[in-house]
Design a protein around this ligand. Structure first.
Ligand code: FO1
Length: 329
C-alpha cells in the first residue's frame, strides 16, 4: 500500500503535466506570475525563479526571488516594498543594531522563519526545489514554484571597484555603481532542476513566458544554466517575453540604468533584440507602439497591451492576454 501511495505521489505531476512555464525574477515577475496563477490555478503552471541573487547572510540561506514569488502568490507580500512580508515587525533587526551587527540587509521577524527553516533543511541535504515545493504547499499555492537550478549559482557584478556579490551591489550599493559586466558563478556546471528539465523537454508544454523582469540581473542567470536556453530553442512551445520597458523606461528597479551601463538603448526594442534568438512573441506596452514594426521585422510577433500591473485585475488581464496571444501564434 505504501509503495502504491509513493508511486501515486511521485506521479502526481504526471497527472498535471506542465503546460505553462514562466521564468521570473523578483517583484515584476511575481506580479505577472500572480496573474497567471489566478488564470491557470493548477500545478500545470510552473514558475522557475532566479537563484543568482541567493546568498548566505548571518548564517542563513536567503533566496530573495523565490521568497518574493512565494509571498506574492500566497497574498502575503508587503505591497509597498514588493519584497518581504506584509504586517512585518522588526525586533530582530532593532536588536541586532543595538548589538552593533550588520543592518544593511533587512530581515523581518516573520520573514526570518522562512530563512531559518530553509537553512535547516538545506543543512540536512534537502534540495532547494523540495523545500520550495513544501513551503508552497504550506502556503496553499497551486502553481509549482521551483528554483531554476538546485546547484550553486551566484551573480557577480563587475564594477570599476572590482567584482561585488549581487546583494552588495543591489541592496548595499543601491545599484549605483556602473556595471561593466556580469558573471554567473557556477553556471558552467549547474543543471536545471529536475522538474524544469522535464517540463522543458515535454511535448505538453504550450507556452513559456519570460516575465517582465530585468533581462540582465534576473533572466540571464536563469538562461546561463546549461540546457535552459537550448531547451527553449528546441521546444515546440511558444516563447513569449513581456516587456520590462514601458514608455521607454523601466517600471521599477534598475533595468533602464543597466541597459545604459551595458551599452544598449533604453527601449523595448533593445530588450526584444536581446531575446530575439529564442522568443516567438513579444508583449509590447501600448506606450511603445513605435517599436512594433521594428520588432516584427526581427521575425517576432508583437501584441500591444497595457502592461502596467497596478492591481489584481490588471495582473489577471495581462496574464489572459499572454495566454491568448500564445494560442494565436
Ligand atoms: N531588498 C532591499 O532593497 N533591502 C533589503 O533589506 C532587502 C531584504 C530582503 C530580505 C529577504 C528577501 O527575500 C528579500 C530582500 N530584499 C531586500 C529584496 C531583494 O534583495 C531584491 O529585491 C532582489 O534580490 C532583486 O530581485
Amino acid at each position: 500500500k505504501r509503495f502504491i501511495s509513493l508511486m501515486q505521489e511521485s506521479g502526481s505531476h504526471c497527472k498535471h503535466p506542465v503546460t505553462h512555464l514562466a521564468l521570473s525574477g523578483g517583484i515584476g515577475g511575481a506580479k505577472l506570475s500572480l496573474g497567471l496563477e489566478h488564470v491557470i490555478q493548477s500545478p500545470k503552471l510552473m514558475i522557475a525563479g532566479n537563484t543568482g541573487d541567493d546568498f548566505r547572510h548571518m548564517g542563513l540561506y536567503i533566496s530573495p526571488d523565490l521568497d518574493t514569488l512565494m509571498y506574492t502568490l500566497s497574498g502575503r507580500s508587503d505591497p509597498e516594498r514588493g519584497w518581504g512580508l506584509a504586517k512585518e515587525t522588526w525586533s530582530f533587526m532593532e536588536t541586532i543594531k543595538d548589538m552593533g551587527g550588520e543592518t544593511w540587509f533587512q530581515l523581518g521577524d516573520r520573514d526570518l522563519v522562512t530563512h531559518v527553516e530553509r537553512t535547516n533543511r538545506l543543512n540536512q541535504d534537502e534540495k532547494l526545489s523540495e523545500i520550495t515545493s513544501l513551503f508552497c504547499k504550506k502556503y496553499g499555492i497551486k502553481a509549482q514554484i521551483i528554483p531554476a537550478t538546485d546547484d550553486p549559482l551566484q551573480t557577480l557584478v563587475e564594477t570599476k571597484e572590482g567584482l561585488v556579490s549581487f546583494q552588495n551591489y543591489f541592496v548595499r550599493e543601491q545599484c549605483k555603481p556602473k556595471i561593466i559586466s556580469l558573471q554567473f558563478n557556477g553556471s558552467e556546471t549547474a543543471r536545471p532542476c529536475t522538474e524544469l528539465e522535464k517540463a522543458l523537454s515535454s511535448s505538453k508544454l504550450e507556452t513559456v513566458i519570460i516575465c517582465p523582469s530585468n533581462p540582465f540581473l534576473s533572466i540571464d542567470p536563469i538562461l546561463s544554466v546549461k540546457g535552459i536556453k537550448e531547451g527553449l530553442k528546441q521546444s515546440r512551445a511558444k516563447v513569449i517575453a513581456v516587456s520590462p520597458i514601458v514608455g521607454g523606461d523601466a517600471v521599477k528597479g534598475p533595468t533602464a540604468k543597466n541597459l545604459r551601463d551595458l551599452g544598449y538603448p533604453v527601449s523595448a526594442l533593445a530588450v526584444a533584440k536581446y531575446y530575439s534568438s529564442f522568443i516567438n512573441g513579444f508583449i509590447l506596452d501600448k506606450r511603445d507602439e513605435h517599436d512594433a514594426s521594428l520588432i516584427e521585422s526581427l521575425g517576432i510577433k508583437v501584441c500591444l497591451e497595457d502592461t502596467i500591473m497596478i492591481d489584481l485585475k490588471s495582473k489577471i488581464r495581462l496574464a489572459k492576454r499572454v495566454l491568448d496571444f500564445s494560442k494565436s501564434l
